[in-house]
Design a protein around this ligand. Structure first.
Ligand code: 13P
Ligand code: SF4
Length: 319
């Protein structure tokens, strides 16, 4: 018979702490726990400032695969933490806000993918990392927005099924001679960036370089100077002589861009519409509580993990 005991209150719940106290507590716990904190470029500024590594989806997977730390605290969305758990099952992977999902990842299920595969027998499936472990397990290889074209080129055959982002699939199609069969998924945040807003922004800032993410609609990509993953944007901005940039991705990236280029101006055509609520749901307080309690943990059933790992390993081997 099991005994139920009341869960002890975490110190952050016993007293109200301000941002400076929470930051200090997070740093103390991080050192005590020997945790590696990794954060996506869309995370809140205070979370990015605490992280050991900040990057795009590809960089985060590479870090998760390479680290010696036994504890990874993943500040991002669920599929990202899941990838870390797939790659490093012996490590404890914590996602401070367990409800931080990705609506695009939810737009494809293993059953629906199996139906699609049955329609195109033998055609390899390239899965954007924005998918669940169970969907990755049904796929041949993963990709991120940074390496999608390279991965599609590396796969055998002249046709691929590309899931779940129709916009990234379309962008890849413009860069390859292979046939890309898209899935009808999309990112609601990037979808809210409007063509008219971008046109107006370009008129107001004619000198600005327009950088957009390939998750944006085709009409937005057509108006851009460059198409990059988040890390690709950061690298471009660091090295560019330009002083003004129009940014077509989630607003969290502004923090890193401003740090790298305090002399430059950054404009977001659709303003607050360019905020992903899931990415913002991880707060400093939740990070501290997660470090105290060492939960919520992200784990993947072993049979799914092994098949999903094959798809992720294949992607990492192409890098
Ligand atoms: P990247 O960081 O790989 O560019 O992806 C953006 C994204 O939407 C992650 O959810
Ligand atoms: Fe998913 Fe879009 Fe948010 Fe990225 S920005 S986590 S793709 S909903």
């Amino acid at each position: 018979m099991s005994t139920l005991t009341a869960e002890p209150a975490a110190p952050t719940e016993q007293k109200l702490m301000d941002q400076a106290e929470l930051t200090a507590e997070a740093r103390r716990l991080k050192a005590e726990r020997r945790a590696l904190i990794i954060a996506h470029l869309y995370q809140r500024p205070e979370i990015q400032d605490l992280a050991d590594f900040v990057g795009d989806s590809l960089g985060l997977s590479q870090q998760a695969a390479a680290t010696d730390n036994d504890l990874i605290v993943f500040c991002g969305v669920h599929f990202m933490a899941e990838s870390a758990a797939i790659l490093s099952p012996q490590k404890t992977v914590i996602l401070p806000e367990p409800k931080a999902g990705c609506p695009m990842a939810d737009m494809v299920t293993p059953d629906a993918l199996r139906e699609m595969k049955a329609k195109y027998p033998g055609v390899p499936v390239v899965a954007y990392v924005n998918t669940s472990a169970a969907v990755k397990a049904e796929s041949d290889i993963c990709c991120t927005s940074r390496n999608a074209v390279k991965i599609v080129e590396a796969v055998e055959g002249d046709t691929v099924i590309f899931i779940p982002d129709r916009n990234l699939a379309h962008y890849v199609q413009t860069q390859t001679r292979k046939k890309v069969i898209p899935w009808p998924g999309f990112c609601p945040t990037h979808d809210r960036i409007k063509v008219d807003d971008l046109r107006r922004m370009k008129e107001s800032h004619p000198e600005a370089v327009v950088l957009v993410h390939p998750e944006t609609d085709q009409a937005i990509v057509d108006l851009a100077d460059k198409v990059f993953s988040t890390e690709g944007m950061r690298r471009f901005v660091r090295e560019s002589p330009a002083k003004e940039f129009i940014i077509g991705t989630e607003m969290g990236i502004l923090h890193a861009l401003q740090k790298d280029r305090p002399d430059a101006s950054f404009y977001f055509p659709s303003g607050d519409e360019q905020i992903c609520p899931n990415m913002k749901s991880t707060t400093l307080r939740k990070l501290v509580v997660a470090l105290e309690r060492l939960e919520p943990r992200v784990t993947v059933p072993e049979d799914i993990r092994l098949r999903a790992k094959r798809a992720l390993d294949r992607m990492l081997a192409v890098q």
